[in-house]
Structures are given as C-alpha cells and as structure tokens.
Design a protein around this ligand. Structure first.
Ligand code: DHB
Length: 306
C-alpha cells in the first residue's frame, strides 16, 4: 500500500517518497539503477551523458578526505547514441521516474542530447551546468546567468518533458543563478553540485587527483547546501531538490525545512549502502507522524516563517 504521507509531486512528477539517487553515483546502467530502486529510491538520476563518448581523466579520480570525497572523473560516458540503449532498458524495468543527466559544450549540444534522452524514454532531463572542472561545460555555463538562460531556453524548446537544472555552489550568488534558470523555464532546481576542492599528499608533495582539482561531496558540504536551498527558496517559486551530504532522515528533514521538496543522495551510498534510501524514507515518515504532519509538503520551507 502506498503511504500518502510520503508522496511528493515534483513539477508534475509523482514520487512515492522524496528520496532520489544523485547523478554520478551508480547511474551508468539499468542494472545499477535497479539496485538503487530496490534500496528504496523514489526516483533515479543517471550519470551525466554528452553528445560524444569521453574516457574521462586518468586515475586517481576519487580521494577520501575528512567528512567527504573529492572526485574528478572528467565526465566519462559512452555518448548519448550508445546510452539510449541503457535508457530504454532502464525505462522498461524501473518502477520509478528516470531522470537523465545531460551536459554539452554548447546550447545546441545540450538540446540535442536532451532530445535524444527524452525520445529514448527519459521522464525528465537534469542539466549538469555545474561540473566544477571540465572546461567549456558544467560550471562554466552555470556560473553565467546569460549563458545559462540560453541553454535552458534551448532545451525547453527541444523537449516536452520537465527540465531540472543542477546548480553550482561555486558562485557569488546562487539565488541570482536560480532566478535566471527559473525565468528561462526550469521546472525544478537541484542544489547543489560539488564544491570545488583539492587534496595534496605530503609524501609525494603533489595533488592526489590526476586532474589536481575536483569536487567535494559528502557530510562536509551539507551546511553549504542547506544554506543554498534556503536562499533559493526565498527567491524563486520553482521546486527545489536538495543535494549534498544527505545520509540520514535528519539531514533530509533539514533540507525539507530549508525549502527542498525532495532530496538526492549520492556519497552516502558508499558509506551506508543502497538501503540508505529506505532508511531515510522511514525516518522521514516517523518524524512526520511524531510531529503530526500530514504530508512531506507541510514541512517544505517551514524554517522560513518569522
Ligand atoms: C564530475 C562531474 C560533476 O558534475 C561533479 O560535480 C564532479 C565530478 C566528473 O565527471 O568528473
């Protein structure tokens, strides 16, 4: 039986619970996405896919630091023409909405990839305009409101499914960027992508990642992400998906109270396993019951009242 207390309507997308797989973690194949759904996720987001195949950076691509991970994979992916097979297969087996993360090196590329993803069965496209280190894509697009607006408009004109925009925290004002994305037609905003970071090995005296600079995720970024969601909620009416360091129901509830309608989980899968989605969901449910809230929606943005 469906638990109506946990159900969320996100830009017309019906989720059985407010937890989603974040892009970049186990989102390469229909098989791994299925494992995540079995773990209790209400929706899944794939690893970012572009127009052409990319092998990504040399190893090491991930390093564990205090309170999180720093990674720079370099957007490795098979290219959209190959990935459409995975999308079709995932769509056939998954019982939850399938969100395909898309990147490009121009507005046109974003639109072409998004269209191919939707034609293959994607329920939503999430635009990666926030990868912190691959040149001429990601945050180089998402840090500039004019360029971002053009990308969002072009994708919106190309597809008839909802378009989510994943924002970078590596900006002076995330609310300004959120406003630009919302005005251009974004149906939801995901906040946040990783925080630009690096780690250096005292023994080798060198940066650990082959790309030197990467993106920080995990518990260390949660307070930054909560602040970003809070600021975006004050500025725009578009639904927000909180992302950054969620590992427990308390983390998830913090994001809901800041203004998120749902949360994405990524790094915690490495520490907690794929059942983290079910555990977080059960915890949210117990919290709602204990506090006498009738639905997730009742707590969204509740910390903003005076
Ligand atoms: C990569 C992409 C991202 O969007 C991110 O935040 C970190 C890493 C990557 O593929 O390297």
């Amino acid at each position: 039986m469906k638990n109506t207390r946990l159900m969320v309507n996100l830009a017309g997308l019906k989720l059985a619970n407010p937890t989603m797989l974040a892009s970049g973690v186990l989102g390469y194949s229909a098989e791994t996405l299925e494992t995540i759904v079995e773990g209790g996720a209400g929706a899944v987001v794939t690893k970012s896919v572009g127009l052409k195949p990319r092998s990504g950076y040399a190893n090491p691509t991930v390093v564990q630091v205090d309170c999180g991970l720093v990674n720079a994979m370099g957007l490795p992916n098979p290219g959209i023409d190959e990935f459409v097979r995975e999308i079709r297969e995932a769509k056939a087996v998954l019982s939850v909405p399938l969100i395909v993360s898309v990147y490009g090196f121009s507005e046109n590329e974003y639109a072409v990839v998004a269209k191919k993803a939707v034609n293959a069965g994607a329920d939503v496209v999430e635009l990666n305009v926030s990868c912190p280190h691959v040149k001429e894509t990601g945050s180089e697009i998402g840090q500039n409101p004019e360029v971002l607006s053009k990308v969002v408009r072009k994708v919106k004109a190309a597809v008839e499914k909802p378009v989510f925009v994943k924002l970078s925290p590596n900006v002076t004002s995330i609310a300004d960027i959120a406003e630009a994305a919302a005005k251009a037609g974004a149906n939801a905003l995901t906040a946040i992508n990783t925080v630009k970071a690096m780690a250096i090995d005292p023994e080798t005296t060198m940066p650990i990642l082959s790309n030197r600079v990467g993106g920080l995720s995990g518990p260390a970024v949660k307070p930054i992400a909560v602040r970003c969601v809070y600021e975006i909620f004050e500025r725009v009416k578009v639904p927000i998906i909180g992302c950054g360091g969620v590992a427990s129901w308390r983390d998830a509830v913090e994001f809901l109270l800041a203004g998120a309608s749902a949360v994405q989980i990524g790094t915690a899968i490495a520490t907690e396993g794929s059942n983290v989605f079910g555990k977080v969901t059960q915890g949210i449910d117990a919290y709602l019951k204990r506090k006498d809230f009738k639905s997730v929606g009742e707590v969204v943005g509740l910390s903003h009242r005076s």
